[in-house]
Design a protein around this ligand. Structure first.
Ligand code: ADP
Length: 249
């Protein structure tokens, strides 16, 4: 991507844990409205990669550059990076089970505001309308009054994606969204992620190849903390080294 279309650029990043290189000279970049799947065997460094981007783990070397003004994320702590527009969805949904879908989304919208305005927060008509739009984006507009605890596993995951979208991240990192979902739920999840990536960058870490295929996006294969291959799923799955790593041939 041209410089102005690029949102995040990781270059030459390495990190060791007790002398073991979990990330080894990793380079990765993503555009402003791009969907990307990151795959790789267990221990490839996928989680550590996300930890670096979100500021949870500090690399030993390399650069992590953000946005038009080429700001270094390495100068910011986790909270500042989140404020700059990096959202992360963990595997386990963390919605407030005793609250309605509407209230969960409204809370997320409120929390995205400054601390001062959170204190005196009264939802406006605009906020309520925004909640309805978010619910439509995640396909839960018919469930707004439902208690979140009553939702299916898939619906809770979508709600959490909606809560992240409420905070208007420029980059959304999603960890194994399809885990534990029914085939129909998986399909809806690909729709949500594809739609979300029209206006922001979305990185999906996923094991399920069928799910990755449906995302119809560029794929980055990690192995031993570096990029082993990058391109369409068809392209990377033809790569000899990728076949070797996955099938142990
Ligand atoms: P993945 O998410 O692809 O399975 P990880 O990023 O979790 O891979 O891990 C990459 C490697 O780094 C693994 O070998 C893992 O054991 C190691 N690792 C990750 N975090 C730590 C840590 N905090 N301390 C020690 N080793 C770690």
């Amino acid at each position: 991507a041209a410089r102005k279309d690029r949102l995040l650029e990781v270059s030459g990043v390495s990190v060791s844990f007790d002398g073991f290189k979990a990330i080894n000279n990793l380079s990765f970049s993503i555009g402003k409205a791009e969907l990307r799947a990151v795959i790789g065997p267990n221990g490839a460094g996928k989680t550590t990669f996300m930890d670096i981007v979100t500021g949870k783990t500090r690399p030993d070397e390399g650069r992590v550059i953000w946005g038009d003004r080429s700001i270094s994320l390495l100068r910011m702590n986790e909270a500042k990076i989140a404020q700059a527009g990096v959202g992360r969805k963990f595997q386990r949904p963390t919605v407030f089970e005793d609250q309605s879908v509407f209230d969960n989304l409204l809370m997320a919208l409120r929390n995205a505001r400054s601390a001062w305005s959170v204190l005196f927060y009264r939802p406006t008509d605009e906020d309520r309308a925004r909640v309805v739009t978010l619910a439509e984006e995640i396909g839960l507009d018919s469930q707004l009054a439902r208690k979140s605890g009553e939702l299916s596993h898939g619906q809770k995951q979508w709600l959490e994606i909606g809560m992240l979208l409420a905070q208007e991240p420029q980059l959304l990192l999603v960890d194994e969204p399809a885990a534990g979902m029914t085939p129909a739920e998986r399909e809806h999840t690909t729709d949500i992620l594809k739609e979300a990536a029209k206006t922001r960058a979305v990185v999906v870490v996923e094991h399920d190849m069928e799910f990755v295929r449906r995302l119809e996006c560029k794929v980055t294969v990690l192995h031993e903390g570096s990029v082993l291959a990058e391109g369409s799923l068809d392209h990377v799955t033809k790569n000899e080294q990728v076949i070797e790593v996955y099938l142990g041939r």
